[in-house]
Design a protein around this ligand. Structure first.
Ligand SMILES: [Zn+2]
Length: 445
């Protein structure tokens, strides 16, 4: 099925329960099979899944414009022996919202974790948030409900949404440091050693069924210096190397042939140097309406402001307020902004609904083309950011137990990750998951 941010599909995102039931109906009956190893391998393609979620890992690091920056031997080895493709993220492509899509298997229209917008309820600008709509289930909650164990190493999307500090069945940890520190904990878990979870040493009784490792090394460098930052090759090599270290530890633990690996990201990145916000503000001043740019970190608009803008490099979220809040004004403003050279898109309410974006976004979301940006920072230094549609594309690599070899993945998305991990482990996906098992990748059992 087409993903809504790639192709318009109004039917998606309406009947979450129905979709989850359909997905569950084609899964093997998993939980009845805890007896022998042969029974397990028939009903459960993998006993363990280890996921690496690399913040900002643009698919072009593997294929295309930036593929020469680092060799990435460990990811490439997984690709050679597994399934690989470029997957859709979700909209808008900010980390917390996108990672919540991965964690729930639901679109932002359902989980409602939203980035860089004006929050009507609090009356403040928001950069990012830890939020999941009540009733929307995460993979951490779903696995725990089905008696499967898991550990989330700095994979914050499930913190206090199924995973907590000190819970050996659904462990959350925040080791800090760089990707190596996070991988150290994965290796400790594979060796049966205790790990620090919020200040307490926790010793899970066995190797968790699911281990997720979150690393933001690459995203941090991209934000600071863009794709030409001299530190980028080392950051790429470092995150890649951790896959090899963890894989070696899985081999030493004797579980490699029963372990599936998944490597993905929350979003890619685009570069920006040339400010476009002054031009947008100049054109909007011609409307006769009062325009105000508020800070994304808690900015409060003046009560008289009629056009409230939360500006970031890759998106400007526009909320109409008071007497200005009419469909006619939204159309007029969209038309004005679309006429500015350097604007890629102005997404209105209908576009946003079609993409299954969060309803907490404003009336319009504006995106620039590279190298323009819509933030207030205008020093011309090369940086990269995300949030818009072009960077809602991520690598998707599956390899190991239960995964077919040499298979191209097509039409898959972050929304499919929770359902696919669940299928590999032989359990049902999160109750509100809208995604599908990546059938092309998973061996039939
Ligand atoms: Zn980022």
């Amino acid at each position: 099925m087409a993903h809504p941010i790639r192709r318009s599909n109004a039917a998606r995102g309406v009947a979450a329960g129905t979709v989850a039931l359909l997905a569950a109906a084609v899964l093997p009956a998993g939980t009845a099979s805890a007896s022998s190893d042969t029974a397990k391998s028939r009903t459960r393609p993998a006993q363990h899944v280890i996921m690496f979620d690399f913040d900002g890992f643009d698919p072009r690091f593997l294929d295309g414009r930036y593929a020469d920056l680092a060799e990435l031997p460990n990811i490439r080895a997984l690709i050679e022996n597994g399934a690989h493709g470029v997957a859709d993220g979700s909209y808008s492509s900010y980390s917390n919202s996108s990672r919540t899509t991965t964690a729930t298997g639901a679109y932002p229209a359902v989980h409602r974790n939203t980035g860089y917008y004006y929050n009507h309820e609090t009356g403040r600008g928001v950069s990012q948030e830890r939020y999941i709509e009540p009733g929307v289930e995460t993979i951490a909650q779903s696995l725990k409900r089905q008696d499967r164990t898991s550990a989330y190493l700095q994979w914050y999307a499930v913190q206090n949404y199924g995973a907590t500090y000190g819970d050996p069945a659904a462990l959350y940890t925040q080791p800090g440091g760089n990707c190596e520190t996070r991988a150290d904990q994965a290796i400790a878990l594979l060796r049966g050693e205790p790990v620090n979870s919020g200040g307490t040493m926790v010793d899970p009784a066995a190797i968790p069924d699911l281990i997720t490792v979150y690393c933001d090394d690459v995203d941090g460098v991209l934000h600071d210096g863009g794709f030409s930052d001299p530190e980028l090759p080392a950051a790429l090599a470092r995150v890649d190397a951790q896959i090899g270290r963890v894989r070696d530890a899985a081999r030493e633990a004797g579980i490699l042939d029963r372990t599936a690996f998944l490597v993905t990201a929350d979003h890619g990145a685009r570069e920006w140097t040339v400010p476009l916000l002054p031009e947008v503000l100049d054109r909007l001043s011609g409307t006769g309406l009062t325009v105000q740019v508020i800070s994304s970190s808690g900015g409060v608009p003046d009560p008289a402001s009629e056009i409230v803008i939360v500006a970031s490099p890759r998106t400007a979220d526009i909320t109409l307020s008071g007497r200005a809040d009419t469909p006619q004004n939204a159309r007029r403003i969209a038309r004005i902004i679309k006429g500015i050279p350097g604007i890629a898109a102005v997404r209105d309410q209908r576009d946003l609904r079609r993409m299954s974006a969060s309803d907490k976004l404003g009336d319009l979301v504006v995106e620039p083309v590279e190298p323009y940006h819509l933030s207030t920072l205008a020093d011309g230094a090369p940086r990269a950011s995300h949030g818009a549609l072009p960077e809602a594309r991520v690598p998707m690599v599956l390899s190991g137990a239960g995964i077919r070899r040499d298979v191209p993945l097509r039409n898959v998305g972050l929304v499919d990750v929770a359902a696919t991990i669940s299928a590999l482990l032989g359990v049902q996906p999160p109750a509100t998951s809208q995604g599908h098992v990546m059938r092309g990748a998973v061996e039939r059992s």
